[in-house]
Design a protein. Structure first.
Length: 135
């Protein structure tokens, strides 16, 4: 299982109580690059994983390193900006709570940002999962 698939599973379980929202197994962009979360409002999209590595410890002979691996996953949800749903805060909290389902990590972060464009408000939840790997 990947972090992305674990997040999709956890978010699906967390938002089932909110009948007006759904989650897609698709990536958030179609072949033309148009964001699907704009086309399909109140549908949650989980982007692919992005990884970065940073060396923490290196042996003197440089044969082994202990690296921090940070896996970042973005989640998108768009609603109508003119009539914001009354349960949107609870839905965002349910999405953020999905981070607790990811095990084997040293640190987990999440940041929620919003962007208003035309008549849409897009919520982006960026998750960061840090673990250690030997290379």
């Amino acid at each position: 299982m990947t972090i992305r698939s674990d997040l999709v599973t956890a978010i699906t379980a967390n938002v089932t109580a909110y009948a007006n929202y759904g989650i897609s197994a698709e990536l958030p962009f179609d072949s033309s690059g148009t964001p699907l979360y704009i086309k399909n409002m109140k549908r949650i999209y989980v982007d692919k994983e992005q990884q970065t590595f940073e060396t923490n410890i290196q042996t003197l002979d440089r044969t082994c390193e202990l690296d921090s691996r940070v896996t970042t996953v973005d989640v998108y949800l768009t609603t109508d900006a003119k009539t914001i749903p009354s349960d949107i805060d609870a839905v965002i909290a349910a999405i953020v709570a999905a981070k607790r389902s990811i095990g084997s990590t040293l640190e987990v972060t999440s940041e929620v940002t919003t962007e208003i464009s035309d008549d849409y408000i897009t919520y982006t939840i960026e998750f960061g999962f840090t673990d250690l790997v030997a290379t």
